[in-house]
Design a binder for this molecule. Structure first.
Ligand code: UDX
Length: 477
């Protein structure tokens, strides 16, 4: 009997950060000679093709294909203000039958390609594990959130049993007792769903619980981290899923592999928005490590009051700043064009605003001395790789746990957590960029070096990727 050759189907969450990570993984798989299909939503694929060179970049890999499906929302829906939960469930209605069909067919496109032999969905697509098990195709979820948050998710059943959640009383500084490895560290205000009233009715907590249940039934777990950063937590996570591959930082891993193969490390953007490269020209004119980069990722929103507190805190600190103000950053508004224009008029000499930046290049720029971030996992990894200390304004889910780790465990920045006040912001900016700069820089640079070692020949992430590729190949035989 002929054995199928290995063919991986990657299926990211339909948002910027996971698309970015999964495209990096897709390219790493292509470099390892695997057949890869990348399943994107029609909406995001259009944006990706419009704003990036992804099509020509992947053309060099003849065994790579994009496939697209609807996200289940009407075409005319602007999506910028759609609730995440709504998007996830409308996509599920389309993705479930699609996955069944593609996994049952004897070829992935009905004509030329071999059948899919392994599915790599985002960890939140717990249903893909059940479909894979039902049809007999291995599934290895890729959890694109921070491993520290994933570990908290894995502890939720225990927290429910110990009656630590739902919270009793209003003390947000109370510590959790039943999250192993985080005793004395994790407060209620660091919990991914800190406004949690009732886990049984909280839609996000319910998805997290379903994800947790699906992990032991999967054939492995991929994480975008490295052993020297998350080693103790990885050991705990492995008690739920022995075959956990820590292969990050993925963007650095890809660059390293391309360099190893002497392939061009092109300007490889995966942006769903148009990158404004004038930000780099502006940085070119600024002194070394004089600028703090401000960005709240692709989804988080801020109220007008919060934006003003950040603005005044930054201006009053006297430090230069480059701020990404996405067109939908202002909560509840379709556009913040006029508001942003008025703000920027007020501080032209020391501030520069763009609506989307080439973030990896910005963080690599010598003029950048720190990062005021929402603590999204990709932003955190990108900052760690560049050795840039952070000020964290976490908004929701994994960001809340990650920011606690940045401040208290890795000690590469400060965690604002819940208090958005111009005086605090001014003080933290000065602290990071001037007063305690050397200390923060030293720990950030140390982690950056460890990240580089991990993806180099024989490093922990390098070996884990090799192991993942070998395992995927075995699954195909
Ligand atoms: C979302 C969730 O908010 C976060 O909690 C989770 O960890 C991942 O998914 P997102 O808002 O997309 O994250 O943030 P992040 O993980 O930081 O990813 C944003 C990506 O967009 C980064 O790779 C960053 O380089 C890129 N980016 C961001 C740009 O290229 N330009 C920008 O101007 C801003």
């Amino acid at each position: 009997m002929d054995h199928p050759s290995p063919h991986v189907l990657l299926f990211p969450l339909p948002i910027q950060s996971p698309i970015n990570s999964m495209l990096h993984l897709a390219e790493l798989f292509c470099l390892a000679g695997l057949q890869v299909t990348f399943l994107n939503t029609n909406h995001n694929q259009k944006l990706l093709l419009r704003h990036t060179n992804v099509e020509s970049r992947f053309r060099q890999y003849p065994r790579f294909r994009f496939r697209t499906i609807s996200d289940g929302l009407p075409e005319e829906n602007p999506r910028s203000s759609v609730q995440f939960g709504e998007l996830i469930s409308s996509l599920q209605a389309v993705a479930e039958p699609f996955l069944r069909e593609i996994l049952l067919s004897s070829s992935s496109d009905g004509v030329t390609e071999p059948p899919v032999t392994c599915v790599i969905p985002d960890g939140l697509f717990y249903y893909a594990v059940d479909i894979g098990n039902e049809i007999g195709v291995p599934v290895i979820p890729f959890d694109t959130i921070s491993p520290c948050c994933l570990w908290v998710y894995l502890c939720i059943p225990k927290l429910i049993q110990a009656e630590e959640i739902p919270f009793k009383g209003n003390d947000l500084d109370a510590l959790f007792e039943n999250v192993a490895g985080m005793q004395g560290l994790l407060r209620r205000r660091d919990f991914p769903f800190y406004r949690l009233i009732d886990y049984a009715t909280d839609p996000y907590c319910q998805i997290a619980l379903k994800e947790v249940e699906s992990i032991p039934r999967s054939n492995g777990l991929i994480l975008n981290t490295f052993e020297d950063l998350d080693g103790p937590l990885l050991s705990l996570i492995r008690s739920h899923c022995q075959q956990t591959y820590a292969i990050g930082p993925l963007h650095l891993h890809l660059k390293t592999k391309l360099a190893e193969k002497r392939m061009p490390i092109s300007a490889s953007s995966n942006s769903l928005w148009e990158e404004d490269h004038s930000s780099i020209q502006w940085l070119d004119a600024q002194p070394i490590e004089s600028v703090i980069y401000v960005s709240f990722g692709s989804m988080a929103t801020l109220s007008k009051e919060e934006i003003l507190e950040f603005w005044h805190g930054l201006v009053n600190s006297g430090i230069r700043f480059l701020w990404v103000m996405r067109s939908n950053l202002l909560r509840g508004e379709e556009s913040n064009h006029q508001f942003v224009k008025e703000l920027s008029e007020g501080c032209k000499e020391r501030a520069y605003i763009v609506s989307w930046a080439p973030q990896e290049k910005v963080l690599a720029h010598s003029a950048i001395g720190g990062f005021l971030t929402h603590s999204g996992w990709n932003s955190t990894m990108e900052s760690i790789v560049q050795g840039k200390p952070m000020i964290c304004w976490a908004v929701y889910v994994d960001q809340r746990v990650t920011s606690r780790f940045v401040g208290e465990v890795w000690k590469i920045g400060v965690d604002m957590k819940d208090i958005c006040d111009r005086y605090i912001i001014e003080k933290m900016v000065k602290d990071l960029m001037v007063t305690n700069r050397d200390e923060f820089k030293k720990s950030a640079e140390k982690l950056s070096n460890l990240a580089k070692e991990s993806v180099g020949d024989g490093g922990s992430s390098y070996n884990a990727l090799q192991c993942l590729v070998d395992d995927v190949k075995k699954l195909g035989r």
